[in-house]
Design a protein around this ligand. Structure first.
Ligand code: 2AM
Ligand code: CA
Ligand code: CA
Ligand code: CA
Length: 260
């Protein structure tokens, strides 16, 4: 295979996301939402999730020939059995419930894996117009500025992102972790949670997630000195749903100590 220019791909996908933001804002202004439930009233999909996934996959297909896709919303994108070759993992709207109810705090996420190795990740906070992007070969960027590593704070020195169900149903020691942090925050978008940790505004987050929820963050966060694992400390499987913990090195250790 010829050498892949990740810097050039990063630029192209960045532009695809900028255009995508304009598309989404336009759709939000003009189109009434058609909302359906997937597994229940907390798990929604709109026509914009589906249309946006289609658009993104079409745009990304032109970048690397013969790449495969894993996306949340289309029946056509069959679940992958392995991660051979170039694979794009797409979450067209992360935080659909926020998108519907708040019109804020939702993200678009794209990740590129080649033979299972994370190469580029992109998380766009749509309403704040910020994209964190990059990978091991091209540095990590907040739009056009290099993003510096966040300070390695202890759990007791920062805010902790947790999911609502974890807190309310006392799953995975969430209340205990909340008590040992400065406080819990429930944002409702895995992508926005990852961004806040990468920007040093939170020390950690954990939630039960699907591959498209953590594919981009799993590439970006470790490059900034953060740790991303399963809740037992093991490495993530990119083809499986799992409880994902992302945190500063110190908070990661604090949390594993608390819950074991
Ligand atoms: P989504 O909005 O793309 O579905 C809070 O709900 C966070 O968890 C969001 O990032 C959401 O992504 C993700 N999530 C993963 N599985 C979910 C599920 N079954 N129901 C609702 N949200 C889910
Ligand atoms: Ca969903
Ligand atoms: Ca998601
Ligand atoms: Ca989604």
């Amino acid at each position: 295979m010829t050498e892949i220019d990740f810097k050039a791909i990063d630029k192209k996908v960045y532009q695809i996301l900028k255009d995508d933001r304009s598309y989404l804002l336009e759709q939000m202004k003009t189109e009434p939402l058609s909302i359906s439930e997937k597994t229940g009233p907390r798990d929604l999909v709109t026509q914009i999730d589906k249309l946006n996934q289609k658009r993104l996959i079409q745009a990304l297909s032109a970048i690397i020939p013969n790449s495969s896709f894993l996306g949340e919303e289309t029946a056509k994108v069959s679940p992958l059995e392995d991660l051979k070759g170039p694979v794009w993992i797409v979450d067209p709207i992360d935080g659909t419930l926020n998108f519907v109810k708040q019109r804020d705090n939702f993200a678009v996420m794209i990740a590129l894996y080649i033979d299972g190795i994370g190469k580029l990740g992109f998380i766009m906070d749509v309403m704040n117009d910020v994209i964190i992007h990059g990978g091991p070969d091209v540095n990590i960027w907040r739009d056009n500025d290099i993003l510096e590593d966040p300070v390695d704070l202890d759990l007791s020195d920062g805010l902790m992102g947790l999911s609502g169900p974890m807190l309310s149903r006392n799953l995975n020691y969430a209340p205990l972790v909340e008590q040992h942090s400065l406080g819990a925050r429930v944002i409702g978008s895995a992508g926005i949670e990852f961004m806040r940790i990468m920007e040093g505004r939170q020390v950690g987050y954990y939630s039960k997630l699907q591959p498209w929820d953590f594919a981009a963050g799993n590439i970006l966060a470790p490059e900034l000195g953060l740790v991303v694992t399963n809740l037992d400390g093991s490495k993530l499987d990119m083809l499986k749903s799992s409880v994902v913990l992302v945190a500063t090195k110190k908070a990661h250790k604090d949390i594993l100590n608390l819950i074991d």
